[in-house]
Design a binder for this molecule. Structure first.
Ligand code: IMP
Length: 498
């Protein structure tokens, strides 16, 4: 019997998996699935420890953050590319976890020129968020923004610097100069408290007089370098070589298109470009090298973590506020019986969170939930192309009616946007890349019939309930998407190729 994957991959040699939403769509599973049966090399190109990619194979559940999701496949090379911001503490923790689970990571490779996340980046990330008030982004606190900022400010350090202590120390000194000036005004006790965090060595990098103890940072990072020395290579050269040899390369996206620094709902975004363009570049390739871009789309619902507009959010601002300040446990205590049938949209959102286990894999925060938004999908597809993988459809098993946003009505004050004035009542089919507009968009919904059946273990498209197929047709007709893959559950085997 032919492998259903062949239909998807054909003779292709380079495939990219990106997310067409705000992340948390199930890229980890898609990458693991493609790595288990197709890829020879998996390359991560953007982001860092802010990502949380969950993989499930039988009884094994593993959450990857920076280590690529092909890692459960010992024959596959897993590369952390140059575009990644690399926190050696976090990665070593991941490696320990892999060891504990008996997973062999001999074929892990790390780009010598990936950017380093240093203690000052975590401090800056947390200090900025703590003082930002209503302007906070809701970052993951992993130092991502400050590390990328330093790269563009030309004062960053790289993985390779950990192997050269004198260079590391010199660059560190220069890197810390502006941070110390900025943090000079912040209360020392508050900084000391931030630096007690377990991700910051529980205070070992703190110095009362100079804020940062440069010797302690250098010593610790040189030790980290020694521990990963064997994995550090020129990943750009390797990727170009294996491309020329026609080997099978899978590019692993992180975060989502709508969180892109270039394409996302700026400023409520991450600091890298998770689109196929940013991913290819960060992995050492060109976008043109990619023969299939699979844009992952959670359907028929969406989630968002952190601040920023979310037009179809169930429960609107109440949901956003709740998710920013509560935990899963709070929610289970307060809304034990939350139901999708509730007349209250906020509670419907809680019910989706329960059913879809929508709590951050990295931060454990409740994810804001809402209806599938086609204007946003049309927007993401402009960059990532028409091929999509629809995921988590089974979360809506048993839900009688499904609301999907087809377009927006602008309901804000007159606003000059991209060469014309937007007025109240204007209809928008494609999401505009402007948060002021997005904040005033009211979704126009189409209601589709739901299905009663359990769909997790259905193996062929034709066997899915007709309502699921109608939903897929509807998404395709409305957006021009081609739903190439349907993921009906977290297991590799719960995947249908069309
Ligand atoms: P940062 O990437 O930690 O700087 O966070 C910036 C924004 O991106 C915040 O709103 C985060 O919640 C969001 N974000 C970053 N990584 C992820 C992810 O993997 N999934 C979902 N949201 C993310």
């Amino acid at each position: 019997m032919s492998n259903p994957l062949d239909k998807l991959v054909g003779e292709k040699k380079v495939i990219a998996v990106v997310c067409n939403q705000w992340g948390d769509t199930g890229k980890g599973k898609m990458v693991d699935w493609l790595a288990s049966d197709w890829a020879e090399f998996v390359v991560r190109g953007t982001g860092g420890g802010n990502a949380g990619h969950t993989m499930r194979v039988g009884d094994l559940v593993h959450i990857g953050h920076t280590v690529p999701c092909g890692i459960l496949n010992p024959d596959v090379y897993n590369l952390i590319g140059r575009g990644v911001v690399f926190d050696p503490r976090g990665v070593l923790e991941e490696l320990l976890e892999l060891e504990g689970k008996g997973i062999d990571y001999k074929k892990l490779r790390i780009a010598h020129n990936a950017k380093l996340i240093l203690p000052q980046h975590l401090v800056m990330d947390r200090a900025k968020e703590a003082s930002a008030g209503k302007d906070k982004i809701g970052t993951t606190g992993r130092g991502i923004g400050p590390a990328y900022t330093d790269h563009y400010a030309r004062i960053g350090l790289t993985v390779n610097d950990m192997l050269n202590p004198d260079i590391f120390r010199q660059k560190l000194k220069r890197n810390l100069r502006d941070k110390k000036t900025l943090l000079e005004k912040v209360d020392r006790e508050a900084l000391r408290t931030i630096m007690q965090h377990e991700h910051l060595g529980r205070g070992i990098f703190f110095d009362w007089r100079n804020i940062f103890d440069e010797d302690a940072i250098t010593e610790r990072y040189v030790q980290y370098g020694e521990r990963i020395r064997e994995f550090i290579i020129d990943a750009d050269a390797l990727v170009r070589n294996v491309l020329c040899q026609g080997r099978r390369i899978l590019l692993e996206g992180a975060q989502g298109h709508l969180l892109s620094i270039d394409y996302g709902s700026y400023p409520f975004v991450t600091s890298s470009d998770p689109s196929v363009e940013g991913l290819a570049k960060g992995a050492g390739l060109h976008e043109k090298d990619v023969e299939l871009v699979l844009g992952v789309v959670k359907a028929p619902y969406m989630t968002r973590v952190g601040e920023g507009p979310f037009p179809t959010e169930l429960g609107g601002k109440e949901s956003a506020r709740w998710c920013a300040s509560h935990t899963k446990e709070d929610e289970e205590m307060e809304y034990p019986d939350a139901s999708g049938d509730s007349g209250n949209e906020f509670e419907q959102g809680v019910a989706v969170r329960f059913r879809g286990a929508e709590y951050g894999a990295t931060t454990k925060r409740p994810r804001r939930t809402g209806c599938l938004d086609l204007p946003l999908l049309r927007y993401a597809m402009q960059t990532n192309g028409p091929d999509v993988a629809l995921t988590k459809l089974q979360v809506f098993d048993g839900v009688p009616a499904i609301k999907i946003c087809k377009s927006y009505t602008y309901n804000g004050p007159d606003y000059f946007f991209a060469g014309k004035t937007l007025r109240r009542g204007n209809i928008l089919d494609v999401a505009p890349n402007d948060v002021h507009v997005m904040e005033h968009c009211t979704p126009n919904y189409q209601v589709l019939e739901g299905w009663d059946e359990e769909t997790q273990d259905i193996k062929s498209y034709g066997d899915l309930p007709k309502q699921v197929r109608k939903l897929v047709d509807f998404i395709e007709k409305e957006t021009g998407a081609k739903a190439r893959v349907l993921s009906m559950g977290p297991e590799r085997s719960q995947t249908i190729v069309r």
